[in-house]
Every structure is written in structure tokens, then in C-alpha cells.
Design a protein around this ligand. Structure first.
Ligand code: MN
Length: 318
């Protein structure tokens, strides 16, 4: 079988850019009604981003989510690219030996791939390998093996749709399975041994800051598997206002010749739903104006990219 290109394909603003800048829709809106979708996509384009990360919309009729066709129309009108994300929960966990729970998780992952394909997105990432929750016990060999089994099947379906599958490792309070880049590389190697060649390592700097010896070490450990980044401050507020070692991160990305998206992630209870606020513990309001936040974030990221050798670095094994 020919090797699969693990780099995420883009077709609009992010196409041809070495490090396209992205923004999580949760900076703008909660949910994906037509009005929310319009505000998020148009706001992201106006702020100067190349792509928007869209959490899989709630498909229940009561949610009133925008159709994929409406989302595609907004992307075409603004020239933005899109990627898709989700986090499994305890009722849809695949890091389990409970067959019914695992089946619900597999269905959610397949639905996410279908949504990505429907809006022309080439990436589905997030907490795709376990629930995003504080587990009461460590993962076991059996729950881990079930996660590998499910992801092997989901990755095969994603591959047919030209979609890459991202594994975003998170801190110990949000998963018991993948908490570091090194653990995620091992997990990806096991998927690779099963023939999966469209899975990527996704670093979130907020989580890495808690668990790794440094952000640079995380990038080094991720190596050629790294395909997507969430840039999120130590306190989840505006990038540049916390304690993250941004220059260390960008220096490591330049040294690695990273080519892929840099997506801002920041959450405020002023924007996210009460359910999301409660899931991620966004108790404090570190900002309240998405327009001000996104404009400062895109400026900060451009400064970091310019100050590093990222755009002039050569690729090594990417
Ligand atoms: Mn994240």
C-alpha cells in the first residue's frame, strides 16, 4: 500500500501555507446554529485566520444546528478552511471494556468523520481515544486495546474520505490513557503496526505544560508524528498572558521543521455553554470580548512565528 500523506489537506486560505493559523470556534460561539456558524466563520476570517476548528455540531433537532451545506457556503464565501474536533465522554468512551459504551463512542467518531467529509475538512482531532473526564482508576491493557481496536476501524473509514485522525493527549485530570507525547507516539506506533497511516499526534500546549518536562521536549518527543497544535495558555486565557514558554515552543517547532496548523484555543465562560464550562472547569472569566481576544491572538502568533526560524526552517522527517 502506498504511504498516506499525513499532512492535513486544505483547499482555501490555509492551502500552501507552511503554518496556517487557526482558531477554535469556541472562542466565538457556543453551538452551531446558523447564526452562530455565521458569526464564528465571518469573525475568524475578519481577524485574519486561515482556518476554523468546528466541534461536531449537535445533530438533535432541538439543537437547530446549521446544515453541512450552510457551513460549506460560509467557508466558500469567506475563503476559510475548516477542521473538525470532538471529545468523547463517559457515555461514549472507547477506553472501556463495556461494549455498549464503546459502540456509542465508535458511532460518534464515525459521525465526526462523516461531518468532516461533508464540509470538506481533512482532519478530525481531539480526545478521540478516551473520554474527556477525570477517571477514578488507571487505564488497563484491556481498555487500551479496545481503544486501539475502535480507532483502527474508524481510521480505515476516515482514510476512504481523505480525513486524518488526530489524537490530542490531555492532562491527567481529563484522561487516564494519553497524557504525554511519548505515550501518544507509542499508541500511534501500535496503530501503525495495524496498518493505520492517517493518524496524527496533536499537541495542546495547555495540557503539555502540565505533564511534560517542557514544551520543547513535547515537540521533540512527538517527532514526525506531530501534525496539529492547539496553542492554549497556561490558564486557558489569551495567548501571551500566562506562564507558557512560547519562545521555547516555537524554537522547537522551528528545529523540527514543523509544517501544519497552529490553532488558538482559549475558553471563557462569557462565550462557552454552561455544559462546556463545567466540563473543562472554565470558572473564571479571563476575557469577555471574542473580537478583542482573537485579534490580539492572531497578532501574538504572527509575532511568535516571525521571531522564530519556523518559516525558514527545513523539514526533517515531517
Ligand atoms: Mn485542546
Amino acid at each position: 500500500m502506498a504511504g498516506f500523506d499525513r499532512r492535513i489537506p486544505f483547499r482555501r486560505a490555509a492551502a500552501g501555507k507552511a503554518v496556517p493559523l487557526g482558531v477554535h470556534a469556541g472562542l466565538w460561539v457556543s453551538g452551531w446554529t446558523p447564526g452562530a456558524a455565521r458569526a464564528a466563520v465571518e469573525g475568524s476570517a475578519a481577524a485574519g485566520f486561515d482556518l476554523i476548528e468546528i466541534p461536531v455540531p449537535d445533530a438533535s433537532p432541538a439543537a437547530g444546528s446549521a446544515t453541512p451545506a450552510l457551513t460549506v457556503g460560509l467557508l466558500e464565501d469567506t475563503g476559510l478552511d475548516a477542521v473538525v474536533s470532538l471529545a468523547l465522554d463517559p457515555s461514549s468512551d472507547i477506553n472501556t471494556t463495556d461494549a455498549a459504551t464503546s459502540a456509542r463512542g465508535e458511532r460518534r467518531l464515525l459521525d465526526a468523520v462523516e461531518f468532516a467529509a461533508a464540509i470538506g475538512a481533512g482532519y478530525v482531532g481531539g480526545v478521540t481515544y478516551s473520554a474527556m473526564t477525570k477517571y477514578a482508576h488507571p487505564a488497563t491493557a484491556a481498555t487500551r486495546a479496545n481503544s486501539l481496536d475502535v480507532l483502527t476501524r474508524v481510521a480505515a473509514v476516515a482514510r476512504e474520505a481523505d480525513v486524518r485522525l488526530g489524537l490530542e493527549y490531555v492532562n491527567r485530570y481529563e484522561s487516564n490513557l494519553l497524557n504525554t507525547a511519548a505515550q501518544t507516539v507509542d499508541f500511534l506506533d501500535e496503530l501503525g503496526a495495524r496498518g493505520v497511516d492517517n493518524a496524527l499526534l496533536h499537541i495542546d500546549t495547555y495540557h503539555a505544560n502540565s505533564e511534560e518536562t517542557s514544551l520543547a521536549a513535547a515537540v521533540h518527543d512527538a517527532g514526525a508524528a506531530l501534525g496539529y497544535l492547539h496553542l492554549s495558555e497556561s490558564h486557558r486565557g489569551a495567548p501571551g498572558t500566562g506562564s507558557l514558554d512560547w519562545s521555547g515552543l516555537f524554537g522547537a517547532l522551528a528545529a523540527a521543521g514543523y509544517r501544519g496548523p497552529l490553532t488558538v484555543e482559549s475558553f471563557s465562560p462569557a462565550v462557552v455553554s454552561a455544559a462546556t464550562r463545567d466540563e473543562i472547569g472554565a470558572w473564571r472569566e479571563l476575557w469577555s470580548d471574542p473580537v478583542a481576544l482573537t485579534h490580539s491572538a492572531v497578532g501574538f502568533l504572527r509575532e511568535q512565528v516571525a521571531a522564530s526560524a519556523l518559516l525558514t526552517s527545513t523539514t526533517e522527517g515531517m
